[in-house]
Design a protein around this ligand. Structure first.
Ligand code: FES
Length: 148
């Protein structure tokens, strides 16, 4: 990753020049999501830039952003619920006991037909070769931005 001080920035921060400031070099834009005080863990915001919608998530203090476009049939994946990975529980004799949720591995669940994506990577849970398009999230000057 190219790191340098962007001429357009007044913050003096070292950033990825390709996405810095207005992103003019790469034709990308930092789209304002919200103030950083406005998102808490478990929140999601949907932002739009031209025809692209992106879901921005906060989980365990980190931010993740994915295109709001399910790989199944194009549904609004990021508008679905977030739920922990389903885990099977077995007795010592290996008989099935029950299922529970692993909240350390949250999944985004598309509201149309239930395809699941790992929140931390965007991978489709049953097929990691498929993944939601990921976007970079930038925190600066008290705001959250997504680079689209
Ligand atoms: S469009 Fe998302 S599960 Fe079908």
């Amino acid at each position: 990753m190219l790191q340098s001080i962007c001429d357009g920035c007044t913050s003096g921060l070292v950033v990825n020049v390709a996405i810095c400031h207005q992103g003019a070099e790469a034709g990308m834009t930092q789209v304002f999501v919200c103030k950083d005080t406005e998102m808490k863990d478990g929140d999601v915001r949907i932002v739009r830039q031209d025809k692209t919608e992106v879901g921005v998530y906060r989980h365990a203090g980190s931010y993740y952003a994915y295109r709001n476009h399910c790989l199944h049939q194009g549904g609004p994946a990021c508008e679905g619920i977030i739920r922990g990975k389903v885990v099977d529980l077995y007795a010592p004799d290996k008989t099935f006991v029950a299922q529970t949720y692993d909240n350390d591995e949250p999944h985004i669940i598309c509201p149309w037909h239930g395809w699941e994506y790992k929140l931390k990577t965007g991978e489709c849970a049953p097929d990691p070769k498929l993944r939601l398009r990921k976007y970079e999230v930038v925190q600066r000057e008290g705001g959250i931005y997504v680079v689209i």
